[in-house]
Design a protein around this ligand. Structure first.
Ligand code: ADP
Length: 258
């Protein structure tokens, strides 16, 4: 296993624990999805893994390295993080936003390699037409893709993404998740992301970790653990889970009680 979370706990205020004794692992070359109701602690967990929050207890290891004990710069060469959004407006060009991903490698000035990586990443994500546009003028979906480009330009081995497709329409969700899965396989990246759409999780993620009230309730291979019973337990919703024309699906059972 490449990412190992051992006994991680966190609380914003001393009285209310948000994450309690979290244990799970994730592998290189795979996507692991974190799912759970709003407020179950998914974003907080990502921030603890990335060192934005300091856990009250527990450890985070990646390829045997203690991530919480690394310097910020060392950690940034291993892990990159895609937030849901950047708070406030960012008055920069798309090129400069993606260049921010190169910060852990830039010593005195931006080098030719850093520029080349930015251009290459923008092209790979089909964003080359936006290179010199102002980031603040982009649509929500375009901004989300630029933040993903910034994280990839960082050349991480562990990529953490907080709802990476929440602002995208269905076509772009499928495109981005297909690309993300492609990077996981070809670059042997370990990817941990949060997601609300269980249909996308079912078809793109390899493993999942289900959180309920800050604790893990289920974890394992998606095809084994994403069941009607698990969804009832975690989301308190009745669903049908099945396969149609080779695609896995989960549909809510909307019962008419009127
Ligand atoms: P999720 O990502 O699953 O929706 P979060 O990790 O955002 O959940 O939130 C988990 C809990 O922590 C919620 O009860 C939320 O209100 C609380 N919380 C999140 N951020 C903060 C914060 N900055 N200060 C205090 N409480 C917070």
């Amino acid at each position: 296993m490449n990412l190992e979370i051992r006994g991680l706990s966190y609380s914003y205020s001393l009285k209310i624990p948000v994450l309690r004794d979290i244990f799970f692992s994730a592998r290189k070359g795979e996507i692991t999805a974190l799912v759970g109701q709003n407020g179950s602690g998914k974003s907080t967990l990502l921030k603890c893994i990335n060192g934005i929050h300091t856990p009250r207890a527990g450890q985070v290891f990646f390829e045997g390295r203690d991530l919480l004990g690394c310097s910020m710069n060392e950690r940034a060469r291993i892990v990159s993080y895609v937030p849901q959004a950047i708070p406030g407006s960012l008055n920069m060009s798309v090129f400069d936003v993606v260049l921010m991903g190169r910060r852990p490698y830039i010593r005195w000035s931006v080098g030719r390699k850093d520029r080349a990586v930015v251009y290459e990443t923008l092209e790979m994500l089909g964003l080359d037409g936006l290179t010199f546009r102002s980031y603040s003028e982009l649509s929500g979906g375009q901004k989300q893709k630029v933040l993903i480009a910034r994280a990839l330009a960082q050349k991480p081995r562990l990529l953490i993404m907080d709802e990476p497709t929440s602002s995208l329409d269905l076509r772009h969700q499928l495109e981005i998740l297909g690309q993300i899965r492609g990077f996981a396989r070809s670059e042997q990246l370990c990817i941990l992301l949060t997601a609300h759409d269980l249909n996308l999780v079912m078809n793109f993620a390899d493993r999942m970790v289900m959180l309920k009230d800050g604790r893990i309730s289920h974890r394992g291979r998606v095809d084994e653990i994403l069941t009607t019973e698990a969804v009832r337990d975690v989301f308190e919703v009745e669903t049908a889970v099945g396969i149609h024309q080779g695609a896995r699906f989960i549909a809510p059972l909307i019962l008419d009680n009127s």
